[in-house]
Design a protein around this ligand. Structure first.
Ligand SMILES: NC(=O)c1ccc[n+]([C@@H]2O[C@H](COP(=O)([O-])OP(=O)(O)OC[C@H]3O[C@@H](n4cnc5c(N)ncnc54)[C@H](O)[C@@H]3O)[C@@H](O)[C@H]2O)c1
Length: 431
């Protein structure tokens, strides 16, 4: 097959896979009409990175915090000369037929409700990690993307980072033999948030919109901005926050594309005396049965460490029958050891995870049907590990899981924790 025929073949077969009106419409457009939802801390990184592209119409910025929405609109104005409309209620964005894609960087409790509404409005979705607040929501997101035939990319940008995919290729090539065990760690010094009383939300924050469909709780200064992630209502602790990046890379290298069969977990607050609800110290283990073989994945977290572990604040190790690999995504450096710890390869630091490449992959998928590097089906398997490990630690149980049914076996009470409670609200996910 010559190059141009091959290109045509790849293009037509990709389009055949995604023969959806929304995708075909975008494939013919020069520019992608994009709305930002939640352009706060990480969201403002997305804004700055996206503003380097020449193929974006910045149509909306939507934030429940009016100051943050205005700041994002100003950045876009300064960097591109475009003037996006400003909203506080994301339904305005979903109602705009011109919008083709949304980039959601809200707190985790809004990921599934917002992404499902966006997909149901025919928008392609880039949603931050962890994809969901609880396991059931991840499944509903997969269903919404499939039903509406839209792309749903999750914000684990390591999946689009060359230095990381290269190490995964080396693992696949058998450089350390059969990889039976992988470990991800999160070892860093976080902050004490103290004990905060409930208070009035700041004037710029529409707290009702910020809360969304989760049960109503009075505002605390520790919730907004950014520190909502340490509370059960809004986040999944540091496992779902930083840990999800590393467990995702570890699972990728281990080569498992299914849920685990058995889960153990132990987690407590050993260090911080403050309002945070998730453990500062956590150990989880996951065991997979794959075609008659067993593989294990381990997660370690100590949020009070003024030192790093094995050279990396956040890192991964893979243990094979012939050697091991140790390294971390942030520096992009990896050491490959063979038998008797013989150093086979020392991959020097390159650069950190590549956000722009992850955006490019999202746009390629919208335009051509290219495969998403962190499709919702991929990230659901990694985010589920955070939810399952957290449940094992919270309930202090060794759990047996049915990967097909996404339920704990013989444990209906604990299976209830795979979902959350919502209040009656326009964004409550159905299913
Ligand atoms: N991929 C990465 O490397 C990376 C890094 C940091 C954070 N994140 C993720 O990004 C997300 C945001 O984290 P953050 O630290 O920026 O939090 P943040 O609190 O700083 O920002 C969240 C923004 O969402 C807004 N928001 C909340 N509810 C909204 C609603 N209903 N409609 C519109 N806007 C709403 C908030 O007002 C805020 O501006 C999280 O999911 C986090 O896990 C990803």
């Amino acid at each position: 097959m010559n190059t141009s025929t091959r290109r045509q073949f790849v293009r037509s077969s990709a389009l055949a896979t995604f023969a959806a009106p929304a995708i075909l419409k975008a494939a013919t457009a020069d520019k992608i009409n994009l709305a930002f939802i939640g352009p706060g801390g990480m969201g403002s990184n997305h804004v700055k990175s996206m503003c380097q592209r020449k193929d974006v119409i910045f149509s909306w910025v939507c934030d429940a915090d009016a100051k943050r929405a205005a700041a994002a609109a100003k950045t876009i104005q300064e960097l591109t000369g475009q003037t996006p409309k400003i909203a506080s209620d994301m339904r305005q964005v979903f109602d705009d037929k011109a919008v083709q894609a949304v980039l959601m960087a809200t707190p985790d409790h809004w990921h599934a409700p917002g992404a499902i509404l966006a997909a149901n409005s025919g928008k392609h979705v880039y949603v931050e990690k962890p994809c969901s607040h609880n396991l059931r929501e991840g499944r509903l997101m997969i269903e919404a993307a499939a039903k509406n035939k839209v792309c749903m990319q999750v914000g684990t940008q390591s999946r689009s980072t060359a230095s990381i995919s290269q190490i995964i290729e080396k693992l696949r090539s058998g450089i350390i033999g059969d990889v039976l065990v992988a470990k991800a760690w999160n070892s860093q010094l976080r902050k004490n948030h103290g004990h905060q009383p409930a208070t009035e939300p700041p004037a710029e924050l529409h707290y009702e919109l910020w809360l969304g469909p989760v049960p109503k709780v009075p505002f605390k200064r520790t919730y907004h901005p950014a520190h909502w992630r340490w509370f059960h209502h809004f986040g999944a602790g540091d496992f779902g926050n930083d840990g999800v990046h590393d467990i995702d890379i570890a699972r990728w290298g281990l080569g498992v594309e299914q849920h685990p069969d058995r889960i153990i977990g132990q987690g407590s607050k050993l260090f911080f005396d403050d309002d945070q609800e998730w453990p500062d110290t956590l150990y989880c283990g996951f065991e997979y049965d794959i075609a008659g073989k067993t593989k294990q994945l381990i997660y370690e977290q100590r949020d009070w460490s003024p030192y790093v572990q094995e050279g990396h604040e956040n890192g991964c190790a893979w243990y094979g029958t012939e050697g091991m690999v140790i390294g971390g995504k942030q520096k992009g450096s990896w050491q490959i050891y063979g038998r008797n710890n013989k150093l086979i390869e020392d991959i020097k630091p390159t650069s950190g995870p590549d956000l722009a490449a992850h955006h490019a992959n999202f746009f390629d998928a919208i335009r051509t049907g290219a495969k998403l590097n962190a499709d919702i089906t991929i990230n659901h398997l990694s985010t589920a590990l955070c939810h399952l490990g957290n449940i094992a630690a919270r309930t202090r149980q060794a759990l047996v899981f049915d990967p097909a049914k996404e339920q704990f076996i013989g444990n209906a009470d604990t299976s209830k924790l795979l979902k959350r409670e919502y209040r009656e609200h326009w964004a409550t996910p159905v299913g």
